[in-house]
Write a protein that binds this ligand. Structure first.
Ligand code: 5AD
Length: 318
């Protein structure tokens, strides 16, 4: 599909045939498995001032934390014990940090056979990305956020789309399974630019893509704007499935925040992955990138509940 065709599809009166197509492509290429990934939000310290993000460096209402080596590895181990086979380590972006600290954590988690480590720690220099890869990190998530260079510039006072893409290309070249993605409904975003977002995933040869609605945070420059449309978000996921048949596409947490039923619906439009927070409760409330209410973390019980929800949609939790 080209840009015009994707734009037209996003605007269709009735999208049901597209959903069916996306679901069929998902079945043929990915089967009925739904991968559940454990995510640990190990630090909310961030150097960047992205306008949409609640933990951006300019928000001085945030209670900043960084989990210790021990807290992180013990949380990861509890997740592995509960059945998770992928641990996602996510944090704000800091660049002056000693990479060896995170390197040791990656190595420790990788001692568990068959466990994959995914990093989501922002833009990093090539050397640092290479070091983490050498420590055993398997995958890397870095959403491009928006493929519109002008809008990207407005929302990111300390970065450019070009640098973001350069970093994503480094990640790919280093042999990481590479994840990008974007937000829908950003103020100033057009339908055409969402088509560009989907095409950029293809151009970057993404192995994974997270697509979620923008949700305004009250303590950011975008406070008071409106959130992204769940329907457009699901359509974008379906089109991403059609265009990237083999990609791993999560049902983003933000979609579930707008409407809990959305999670179920998104599984029938091409998605095959879901992430579950295993961040300890004392920290979880301070990792507030958008307003949301999250219940208490009970690692084993949460996983069992999620498995049930997936089985109810006739899919197989992994
Ligand atoms: N609404 C929705 N998604 C957001 N993210 C950050 N802030 C928001 C928000 N206000 C997403 C970005 C980022 C990921 C970790 O969370 O896409 O890459």
């Amino acid at each position: 599909m080209n840009k015009e065709e994707i734009t037209e599809a996003l605007l269709l009166e009735d999208f049901s045939l597209m959903y069916e197509e996306a679901d069929h492509i998902r079945l043929v290429n990915k089967g009925d498995d739904v991968f559940i990934r454990a995510i640990i939000e190990f630090s909310n310290v961030c150097a960047r001032k992205c306008f949409y993000c609640g933990i951006n460096a300019a928000n001085n209402k945030v209670n900043r934390y960084r989990m210790s080596y021990r807290e992180i590895t013990e949380t990861a181990e509890a997740g592995i014990k509960a059945g998770y086979r992928t641990v996602v380590l996510q944090s704000g972006e800091v660049r002056d940090e000693d990479p060896e600290w995170l390197g040791q954590i990656i190595k420790k988690i990788k001692k568990h056979d068959g466990v994959a480590v995914t990093l989501s720690v922002g833009e990093q220099d090539h050397d640092v990305l290479k070091y983490y890869r050498d420590c055993g990190a398997d995958r890397y998530l870095l959403k491009h956020e928006t493929a519109d260079p002008e809008l990207y510039g407005k929302l990111h006072p300390d970065g450019t789309l070009e640098e973001r893409i350069r970093c994503l290309r480094d990640i790919k070249a280093l042999g990481y399974e590479t994840g990008s993605g974007f937000m829908t409904g950003l103020p100033g975003q057009t339908t055409e630019s969402i088509a560009d977002d989907i095409l950029l995933l293809k151009e970057l040869e993404c192995d994974m893509a997270g697509i979620g609605p923008f949700i305004p945070h009250p303590d950011t420059p975008l406070a008071g704007t409106s959130h992204g449309d769940p329907e457009i978000t699901r359509r974008a996921v379906a089109l991403a499935r059609i265009i990237l048949p083999e990609a791993n596409l999560p049902v983003t947490t933000a979609l579930g925040v707008l409407d809990p039923n959305e999670r179920r619906k998104a599984f029938s439009c091409g998605a095959n992955v879901i992430m579950k927070k295993i961040t300890p409760d004392i920290y979880k409330k301070d990792y507030c990138i958008y307003p949301a209410v999250f219940g208490r973390t009970e690692i084993e019980k949460d996983r069992i509940e999620l498995e049930k929800l997936i089985e109810e949609t006739d899919r197989r939790p992994i």
